[in-house]
Design a protein around this ligand. Structure first.
Ligand SMILES: Cc1cc2nc3c(=O)[nH]c(=O)nc-3n(C[C@H](O)[C@H](O)[C@H](O)COP(=O)(O)O)c2cc1C
Length: 439
């Protein structure tokens, strides 16, 4: 069978557009409405999406403007995906968990549990936290610096994956007749001692259906790419154009051989923000409906956060983007992307805030299913993507539009599955099941 693209449904409570919560079709309490998420999961699974993807931050914003944004209350991702595992059968479940404000034992245990609960559908989006406010919820005044976060992340990953191999696949026999619960020689105690962590192990969860949950990474700076090349099986990235996505794709795949990895062992899935209409005019009109709801100060607050935790409220709305230092606390890759966008198009602060209010800097396509499929096909066939994490302006409507329009179009072109290939996320993504390092 020819190569087909992978699709993730990025579930962002009310939707990706910052003003979506004010739209009449959107439940404003979506962030804590399980029935809403259940419906999203079922729409995505019926459309044969590979994964549900849930981002995270372990802090709520407190600036004045935050009271006008729907960002302050939402489910914790692993809890949410555990509940969704019970109402779905095939779709992958990717939760974000930070390596900066967690302990590896906790993370290893929770994701192994989710993999068991879901019959092998768990994925961990390993991030280092791009929200500076998290530090103060975990006993620190300042966020951990960029390089230090990645150093901790690398060791965190080693410990988590080591704990996942605590038991060989057939360690637990639970033999009532002989009284043997497990084979002692199939237990492996990690005894990790490193710069950041001391973790003895073993994990108190048997090796999970996928052997190890799928490792996803979102971070596209130089250091982020290197960590991804070493550890990630799926990479989520923000790219503005075909050319930049091709360069990123070639760069990241080019780093794999040095870690003894094949190009196929890592799937690159850029985000794509899509607004679907029956006609191009209808799609534009839909998009404008959301854009009209953006208050300039709200757009600029989102921009400041995406640029790497800057307060831009003191700068004139109709002035240019001010010169900012390289972010230590946020996403350096996104800062670069947004700064280049502002310069290239000579946008004022308010215009840039408005521009990213939906896609947040991700590649954006507003059009008919065929027009959107054309762009996805182009990226997929021209070395820019193995698939896409799909961002829609509002939920559930935007996801339903994509499922009803774009998915059948991709299927007609032979670019997307009509049935799930396997039972586990690894099988559907075409990723090998890792062997146990100790076996
Ligand atoms: C597309 C994308 C999505 C991300 N999603 C999250 C997230 O949900 N939560 C989070 O704390 N960090 C997220 N990050 C940022 C990571 O924490 C990243 O490790 C860190 O900010 C550094 O990014 P950089 O390598 O681009 O500088 C994301 C980054 C990218 C590029």
């Amino acid at each position: 069978m020819s190569r087909q693209l992978k699709l993730g449904a990025f579930l962002m409570a009310t939707g990706h557009h910052v003003a979506a919560w004010r739209h009449p079709d959107v439940p404003a309490n979506a962030g804590l409405d399980f029935a809403h998420y259940k419906r999203l999961a079922q729409i995505a699974e019926a459309a044969k999406f590979d994964t549900l993807f849930v981002a995270d931050s372990v802090a709520a914003p407190t600036q004045d403007i935050a009271s006008r944004m729907a960002r302050s209350d939402h489910f914790e991702p692993l809890t949410l995906l555990s509940a969704l595992s019970a109402v779905t059968e095939h779709i992958g479940l990717i939760a974000t968990a930070t390596t900066s404000y967690n302990e590896p034992y906790h993370v290893a245990r929770k994701f192994a549990s989710l993999d068991h609960l879901s019959g092998g559908r768990a994925g961990w989006n390993l991030v280092t936290s791009d929200n500076a406010a998290e530090a103060q919820n975990f006993g620190r005044d300042e966020h951990i610096g960029h390089a230090e976060r990645y150093s901790r992340a690398r060791e965190f990953h080693q410990v988590v994956t080591g704990l996942w191999d605590s038991w060989q696949d057939d360690a637990f026999i639970r033999d009532k007749a002989s009284g043997a619960y497990y084979h002692p020689e199939k237990l492996h105690v990690l005894n990790h001692v490193g710069e950041h962590f001391r973790v003895k192990g073993p994990l108190n969860v048997a090796r999970s259906p996928q052997g190890q949950p799928v490792i996803v990474q979102a971070g596209s700076s130089e250091t982020g790419r290197e960590l991804a090349a070493q550890t990630a099986e799926v990479v989520f990235t923000a790219q503005t154009s075909l050319a930049s996505a091709q360069a990123f794709y070639a760069d990241l795949k080019g780093r794999l051989p040095k870690y003894g990895r094949s190009a196929d062992s890592l799937k690159i899935m850029p985000g794509v923000f899509v607004v679907v209409g029956q006609t191009e005019a209808e799609a534009q009109e839909k998009y404008e409906t959301f854009q009209q709801l953006v208050e300039p100060e709200v757009g600029v607050a989102l921009l400041g956060r995406m640029l790497g935790n800057f307060d831009l409220s003191k700068y004139p709305l109709d002035g240019p983007l001010p010169e900012l230092p390289l972010t230590e606390s946020g996403q350096q890759s996104r800062q670069k992307l947004l700064t280049e966008l502002a310069g290239r198009e000579h946008l004022t602060l308010a215009e840039l805030g408005r521009r990213i209010a939906g896609g947040r800097g991700h590649y954006s396509v507003v059009g008919t299913p065929a027009q959107i499929a054309d762009r996805l096909q182009e990226w997929f066939e021209q070395g820019a993507a193995d698939g896409f994490n799909v961002l829609v302006p509002h939920l559930p409507g935007g996801l339903q539009d994509f499922a009803n329009g774009v998915v059948p179009e991709l299927q007609r072109r032979g670019l997307f599955r009509t049935e799930y290939e396997g039972r586990t996320l690894r099988q559907n993504l075409g990723l090998a099941r890792p062997g146990n390092r100790f076996a």
